[in-house]
Design a protein around this ligand. Structure first.
Ligand code: NAI
Length: 245
């Protein structure tokens, strides 16, 4: 897919990987829709516009089905279409499963997996009619290999992988691709809060011996968005943590 002029909706794009995605797609000439739960700093919109593209912001909680639908409608009213949806927003709430409450489990699943479902269903209605589009879902190596203290998060991300492959099969005949990216440890606010001890232990398990950069995840998303013959795949951007074939 030629990316220039395409409209890209990135959930959770006020910081971290989502913000890196916004900058990278803007550099490719895409119009960007920023999203976060709270009000979006107008300075972020200006920074994206400086790439010479259009940028709008819609705030709202992706875990709420009605709000997700209203956000997609608002963007379609302003830009006409959403050509690429990146379901990036996600949270963690780490705790050993024996100490985890049902609410702590459910909230992570509702945002990471439920939010991905909500946004995808709403965006697909128009994409199906257009007979084109790309959806990229942010999974995680935790969803592929499990992780201590992340039963809720790993379950939600494993769910994202199954969801990605199922939807890819359902919409393939309409020219829509659906893929996932499974990042390993990437330097963002989400990993900043880890203790030095945890960071050292994590690095020791990464064949490339370092955390990844946001821009490295963004380049993987650009690769997937450009390739209409790749669908239903999980692309690991993890320094070699998970090797599968
Ligand atoms: P982050 O915590 O820095 O940013 C998350 C973004 O999502 C923020 O903009 C936040 O406002 C937004 N958000 C959270 N809940 C939301 C909701 N209900 N509705 C709308 N927006 C919401 O996270 P980071 O590190 O940039 O991660 C982005 C994605 O990548 C997440 O899905 C995460 O699970 C995944 N990931 C991150 C890794 C890392 O090492 N940083 C590793 C593997 C996966």
């Amino acid at each position: 897919m030629e990316l220039k002029g395409k409209n890209v909706f990135i959930t959770g794009s006020t910081r971290g990987i989502g913000w890196g995605l916004a900058e990278a797609f803007a550099k490719e000439g895409c119009n960007i829709v920023l999203n976060g739960r709270g009000e979006i700093d107008p300075a972020l919109i200006e920074q994206i516009k400086a790439f010479g593209v259009c940028c709008i912001a819609v705030s709202g909680d992706i875990a709420d089905f009605e709000i997700a639908g209203a956000m997609i409608k608002e963007v379609e009213a302003q830009l006409g279409t959403v050509d690429i949806l990146i379901n990036n927003a996600g949270i963690t709430n780490d705790k050993l499963v024996l100490r985890m409450t049902g609410e702590e489990f459910q909230k992570v699943v509702d945002i990471n997996l439920g939010g991905t479902f909500n946004m995808t269903q709403h965006v697909l209605k128009k994409m199906m009619k257009q007979r084109s589009g790309a959806i990229i879902n942010m999974a995680s190596v935790s969803g592929l290999m499990g992780n201590l203290g992340q039963a809720n998060y790993a379950a939600s991300k494993a769910g994202v992988v199954g969801f990605t492959k199922s939807v890819a099969r359902e919409v393939a005949t309409r020219g829509i691709t659906v893929n996932a990216i499974a990042p390993g440890f990437i330097e963002t606010d989400m990993t900043d809060c880890l203790s030095d001890k945890v960071k050292e232990a994590a690095t020791a398990n990464i064949p490339l011996q370092r955390f990844g950069q946001v821009a490295e995840v963004a380049q993987a998303a650009i690769f997937l968005a450009k390739h209409p013959y790749i669908t239903g795949q999980v692309l690991n951007v993890d320094g070699g943590m998970v090797m599968q074939g």
